[in-house]
Design a protein around this ligand. Structure first.
Ligand SMILES: NC(=O)c1ccc[n+]([C@@H]2O[C@H](COP(=O)([O-])OP(=O)(O)OC[C@H]3O[C@@H](n4cnc5c(N)ncnc54)[C@H](O)[C@@H]3O)[C@@H](O)[C@H]2O)c1
Length: 253
């Protein structure tokens, strides 16, 4: 069996991706900070196994230790999905230093730590495929999302630089750029937005978002995990350094 390492696999898009790889027969190393939500995946029945490694991706040494433990148990990873991320909305004028730090530390530095931890094993094995979680904010600015947009722009650039550096080692690196997906992260955002702008009507906040997407609906986590799986499959063997919108046409407007 092959090993897939997935960061931020406890909930949302990461959770759907853990289930996708495990159902396809991969052993999955679920790297996340949320113990309770992660352990639920380990109890489920899949073709492959799911093992949880409690990890804060802000801590490079812990990320390295978790990846090393996974490799010791399952062998070198053929797949890394560096997906762990957070959002902290704030206008420029109210921006808190701790929120800038948290977003950059988790979304950008945490992504690089995961790649730096996994890639040496892929190099030694002579193959590997990496998908980085970016966002539609690689292509479009959104109000109140400065640190997040900057972190995802950085992740997109990482995909390009990494693909150039790692191609000679037969390691492919791509980034996916989803528009809004229904997950615990966005549930909280749209609840807050409903309170702030729609007199407490969360549904009205979701409706306005839906109207900004040409396909006229919000993506499911599974619609994103299917693309991640494709990108790491042999069917995508000539794809590297690509920034892939999975956004119902949002960035085409
Ligand atoms: N939901 C969307 O609309 C959307 C759109 C584009 C990109 N994304 C990106 O997708 C990724 C997943 O987001 P989601 O919407 O599934 O949200 P989510 O909150 O459901 O998932 C985020 C995961 O990351 C984990 N995590 C957070 N901080 C961590 C840390 N310090 N160390 C380890 N794990 C940590 C969480 O525990 C959780 O499992 C994020 O990078 C997000 O920016 C989401």
């Amino acid at each position: 069996m092959s090993l897939a390492i997935i960061t931020g696999g406890a909930t949302g898009i990461g959770s759907a991706t853990v289930r996708k790889y495990a159902s396809e027969g991969f052993d999955v190393a679920l790297i996340d900070i949320d113990r309770e939500a992660s352990l639920k995946h380990c109890e489920e029945d899949h073709l492959g196994s799911v093992t949880f490694f409690e990890t804060d991706v802000r801590n490079r040494k812990t990320v390295e230790a978790s990846v090393a433990s996974a490799v010791k148990k399952f062998g070198p990873p053929s797949v890394l999905f560096a997906n762990a991320g957070i959002q902290r909305l704030s206008s420029l004028f109210e921006l808190k230093t701790e929120d800038i730090d948290a977003v950059i530390d988790i979304n950008l530095k945490g992504t690089l730590y995961a790649v730096a931890a996994a890639a040496p094993y892929m190099r030694d094995a002579g193959e590997g495929s990496i998908v980085l979680m970016a966002s539609d904010q690689v292509f479009a600015g959104k109000p109140g999302s400065l640190s997040y947009g900057a972190s995802k722009g950085g992740v997109a650039q990482l995909a390009k630089s990494l693909s150039v550096e790692l191609s000679p080692l037969n390691i492919r690196v791509n980034a996916i750029c989803p528009a809004t997906v229904k997950t615990p992260l966005t549930d909280k955002i749209f609840e807050d937005l409903g309170i702030e702008k729609y007199s407490g009507d969360t549904e009205a906040a979701w409706k306005a978002e839906t109207e900004s997407i040409p396909l006229g609906r919000i993506a499911t986590a599974e619609e994103i995990s299917n693309v991640v799986y494709f990108l790491t499959s042999p069917e995508a063997s000539f794809m590297t350094g690509a920034l892939i919108p999975v956004d119902g046409g949002f960035s085409a407007q």
